[in-house]
Design a protein around this ligand. Structure first.
Ligand SMILES: [Zn+2]
Length: 94
């Protein structure tokens, strides 16, 4: 049985529902009781929705990402140095 994503147009309540393909779409929102449910068609629609959300977040935090990238570079440099030392020690022990 496929999983359908529903979203309520009245209260924005979102949930997944296991439902037969033959079953008619639900209309009544379990949260607010209004017949305002909208079924999001297929898993593809959900992925597009989530993807655009991620994109917006990334776009907004461009400066943050640059700072994070700089930190990562420093961290990897440090890690590479310590890795090299460890490898040197192990080789020396053998
Ligand atoms: Zn609702």
């Amino acid at each position: 049985m496929p999983t359908y994503d529903y979203v309520c147009n009245a209260c924005n309540h979102q949930f997944e529902l296991f439902q037969s393909i033959k079953a008619s779409p639900k209309r009544k929102c379990p949260e607010c009781g209004r017949a305002k449910l909208r079924r999001l068609i297929g898993p593809g629609a959900a992925i597009v929705f989530k993807g655009s959300g991620f994109y917006k977040t990334d776009y907004r935090s461009e400066s943050y990402k640059k700072a994070a990238a700089a930190e990562k570079k420093n961290a990897s440099d440090t890690a590479a140095n310590s890795d090299g030392k460890d490898k040197g020690k192990k080789k020396a022990e053998k």
